[in-house]
Design a protein around this ligand. Structure first.
Ligand code: WTA
Length: 652
């Protein structure tokens, strides 16, 4: 643990006075939530509208072999009507979504709750016309356009389960997810503009559909309007044609609290991404409550999360949390550096954004472009700044605080995961003294524990270091891996019995603040995007020339982690610059641009134990240029392999 003095930033009295929770309120609510979860969540469960109120609150079991998680299980509700219909009485004309397109051409759209209602009902009726009903799966592969939110809410309205696939993923990744969920419909667009370039999403979908093994239809949103190259009659349908003459009323389905709301595939230690399943009642309660408290959201605030709806952050904190709270949520199609590095700050100024939520990688990228891009904009509307996705280094935190927040705006460093549905460790801006780099304290109902990694012993008190686990369930927790409950139990509940294991390392300091140190499994975090090294490895070995590959994360100034690949070639193939470029392009194609390798090192052999296990610890050290700290190498089968790797290392 670091010995140097850590800066602390207590909330201002003024902020605390007007906040949903000041320090005392947080302490009281947190203590209540732990002392009596049934009473606490029974009360806060009422923040959403139930068709049939629940009588049971918490029914959860973390015992390995019989893990079962249910919240509010006998209640019924509809998520779309919670996010739209219930607001029509008081805020029909209030803007629900401000959509900001890729080009900075003034064509931003304000979509009111009333309009949102019509769009979502329309969309829902189109899905019904295509044969989608309760429990059916729908894959959404769209750019950041309002139709992405309409599609999600339309599924929720009719009880279909959506699975959003990030538009940066490749046709292969898309087909895997369509097959995995046996989706009836894939929703895509004719193109996805980002940073002035257009991705051919329909083309990608066409290629993905070649590998889809069941009957599925394709619904195409017209975003670009330049025509499409390929059209399969009977399979492909334009949204605008399907919408023609279709009604804009659609009764919401009455869903059980534990009916699945969505599947979201995420990376783990193995090559196959897991379909994380979130259900209806608990998820919505948790997403909306965290959105309100973590960002101290008040009526009338304009809130902006820069994530993509392809990630969980976009689900919980662009769509479901904010809309359940009747907020105005900004949806931005583009990137922070287009047309220049001032784009985010221009949007904040244009729309008087109060809460701004982004990833550390974005902050580091913008920090490198110079302060003038920030300083030329009026950011006085900002009240709270947030970060998510990876540990934030103190330099980036301080820049965010001083330059963007003018030293006046609290920063919430929110730690959570696709699996957790919503924030788990986070400051509340009116309650928590923050420290650059610490996600500080648990949200209501969350019981974090630090475990000794080997023995699993619970480490009590301050100044401890280990792995992070959660001792009891919270309403937003994932319920299962789609179609594979065994895998759910084996991944999260097997290693440390009785706990949900996060697969993150952490420390807890003397004040009880948590500091996340990063993943302890083979997941890396590239620009805030979670990726399994095993996925990159399987992409590499799928190439004819590659016999074996090992992939590790390497520290990267902007991206947090970069991708470092060690590649052994098949007999008959020689290392060359061309082959290197080919492999880079190959991985990009197999997974998507976010998985583009930063380094490919030719490795005549990989360091293995005598039982044949690749020693990744050594590979990480060599990649990080820390080969003088290899640690114990006595179990290596062929120590000379390592000398070769060190000699030819690329990240000097
Ligand atoms: C990492 C994103 C440090 C962590 C919401 C976690 C963080 C993984 C933070 C989940 C943070 C997320 N500080 N690390 N504030 N937030 N992480 O599923 O390693 O895409 O396990 O969910 O991101 O990534 P995921």
């Amino acid at each position: 643990m670091s010995e140097h003095k850590v800066e602390t930033h207590p909330p201002s009295d003024e902020f605390a006075r007007n906040a949903h929770a000041d320090h005392a309120t947080y302490e009281k609510m947190y203590a209540d939530s732990i002392a009596d979860p049934d009473a606490f969540w029974g009360e806060h469960g009422k923040r959403v509208d139930w068709i049939k109120p629940f009588s049971k609150v918490k029914n959860t079991d973390f015992t390995y072999g019989q893990v079962d998680i249910k919240w509010f299980e006998d209640g019924t509700l509809n998520v779309a009507s919670n996010c739209i219909d219930r607001h029509l009485k008081d805020r029909a004309d209030q803007t629900a979504i401000i959509w900001v397109p890729d080009e900075d051409d003034g064509s931003d759209q304000h979509i009111s709750y009333q309009q949102l209602h019509a769009h979502v009902c329309n969309f829902a009726n189109v899905l019904k016309k295509m044969g989608v009903g309760r429990g059916d799966r729908v894959v959404i592969y769209l750019p950041m356009i309002p139709q992405a939110a309409y599609a999600m809410l339309a599924c929720a309205r009719i009880g279909a389960i959506h699975s959003v696939v990030f538009a940066g993923f490749s046709p292969d990744a898309l087909s895997q997810r369509v097959n995995g969920s046996k989706a009836k419909v894939v929703i895509t667009a004719d193109g996805g503009p980002r940073g002035g370039k257009v991705t051919d999403l329909k083309g990608n979908t066409d290629r993905a559909m070649e590998k889809v093994e069941h009957d599925a239809k394709v619904l195409v949103v017209k975003r670009v309007g330049d025509g499409v190259r390929n059209w399969v009659e009977g399979r492909d349908h334009w949204l605008h044609e399907m919408e023609d003459g279709i009604g804009d009323t659609c009764e919401p389905e009455e869903m059980g609290a534990e009916d699945p709301l969505f599947i979201l595939y995420t990376s783990g230690s193995t090559g196959q991404p897991k379909g994380v399943v979130h259900t209806t009642g608990g998820y919505l309660v948790y997403a909306s409550m965290t959105h309100q408290y973590t960002f101290d959201y008040h009526d009338g605030d304009v809130y902006w999360c820069t994530a993509d709806v392809g990630w969980v952050t976009g689900h919980s904190y662009i769509v479901y949390g904010p809309l359940a709270n009747g907020a105005t949520t900004v949806m931005f199609e583009g990137v922070p550096t287009y047309p220049d590095a001032g784009r985010c700050w221009k949007i904040v100024e244009d729309h008087k954004v109060a809460q701004f939520y982004t990833a550390p990688t974005g902050i580091r990228a913008l920090m490198g472009k110079g302060n003038e891009f920030v300083e030329k904009h009026d950011l006085s509307s900002l009240k709270v700044l947030g970060t998510v996705g990876e540990p934030i280094n103190p330099e980036a935190w301080n820049w965010y605080n001083r330059i963007v927040g003018r030293g006046k705006t609290p920063i919430v460093d929110t730690w959570w995961q696709t699996e957790t549905g919503g924030h788990m460790l986070t400051p509340l801006p009116g309650a928590t003294t923050t420290k650059p780099g610490s996600a500080t304290k648990p949200f209501f109902g969350v019981k974090p524990v630090v475990l000794e990694p080997e023995s699993g012993e619970v480490l009590e008190g301050g100044d401890v270091e280990g792995v992070l686990a959660i001792a009891d369930s919270w309403p937003g927790q994932m319920r299962t891996v789609y179609g594979d409950h065994e895998r759910f139990m084996n991944t999260y509940f097997q290693q440390y019995k009785g706990f949900y294991f996060t697969e993150d390392g952490c420390t807890r300091d003397a004040d009880g603040d948590y500091w996340i140190t990063g993943r302890v499994d083979d997941v890396i975090n590239v620009s805030g995007h979670r990726m399994g090294t095993a996925e990159v490895e399987s992409a590499l070995v799928a190439h004819d020339a590659v016999s074996e590959a090992a992939v590790v994360g390497v520290p990267h100034e902007v991206k947090g982690q970069g991708i470092y690949c060690y590649v052994s070639l098949m007999a008959g193939h020689e290392p060359s610059e061309e082959l290197k470029q080919e492999l880079v392009g190959w991985v990009r194609n197999e997974i998507g641009p976010i998985a583009k390798p930063d380094f490919i090192q030719w490795a005549p052999g990989l360091p293995k134990t005598r039982s044949g296990k690749i020693m990744r610890r050594i590979l990480r050290k060599v990649a990080a240029n820390e080969h003088d700290q290899l640690g114990d190498t006595s179990t290596l089968a062929e120590p000379e392999v390592v000398d070769d790797l060190i000699e030819n290392r690329l990240n000097k």
